[in-house]
Design a protein around this ligand. Structure first.
Ligand code: AMP
Length: 196
């Protein structure tokens, strides 16, 4: 058996991995399209929204924050994310859904070397977002909370999108409305595979 040094082995593994950051406003379809990608590439959906909803059940401070539509403190997010990414199933790639949500989290991502090779930015008009969220019926989909989540997204996540946009080779912008779900999912997969 030929022994390959671990660093080279890791390097080769990373080369063939698909690691995607899904980014977009509330109601842009991040989780919907994440599911298509996890199915197609056979990699797990690492979804901070679900992690925070789990945490919300046992942590009243988190519950209060989420009921307002605000962001959960970074320490709690990083701790949940770290344990999720430490699991074996992320070795061949993952779809990161809902993280990084602001510049602070983007910096933490860089510091902790959470890798990504593609950013999928789902661009949806505000009119369509409001239409989608008001018909979804999730606990935090009430008009005032929706308004706050949109505000938080623009202020906090807007700068992250701007930063990712600076790497055009990795940045995939998708107009995520006006077509059926399956065609949009196919657009995303095509763009990822095109970039190899
Ligand atoms: P989502 O399902 O992505 O819309 O997230 C639902 C809620 O979970 C958000 O409104 C935040 O309160 C919380 N949340 C999810 N991801 C993060 C994150 N990366 N940082 C802080 N809060 C988050």
């Amino acid at each position: 058996m030929i022994l390959v040094p671990k660093t080279l082995k890791q390097f080769l593994e990373e080369m063939s991995n698909v690691t995607v950051v899904m980014i977009g406003g509330p109601g842009s379809g991040k989780s919907t399209y994440s599911k298509y990608l996890t199915g197609h590439f056979d990699i797990p959906h690492v979804y901070t929204g679900d992690m925070m909803r789990d945490l919300q059940k046992k942590d009243p401070e988190v519950a209060k924050i989420m009921d307002r539509g605000d962001l959960v403190p970074i320490k709690k997010v990083m701790s949940a994310l770290r344990s999720r990414l430490a699991k074996d199933d992320t070795k061949n790639g993952y779809i990161l859904d809902g993280f990084p949500r602001n510049t602070e989290q983007l910096n933490a991502m860089r510091e902790e070397e959470i890798s990504y090779n593609y950013v999928v930015y789902l661009n949806v008009s505000e009119k369509e977002v409001i239409k989608r969220l008001t018909s979804r019926g999730r606990k935090d989909d009430k008009p005032e909370i929706i308004k706050n989540r949109l505000k938080v997204y623009e202020k906090e996540t807007g700068p992250v999108v701007k930063e990712f946009r600076k790497s055009p080779r990795r940045f995939i912008e998708i107009k995520a409305e006006g077509k059926d779900e399956k065609s949009i999912a196919a657009d995303i997969i095509r763009e990822i595979e095109k970039r190899g």
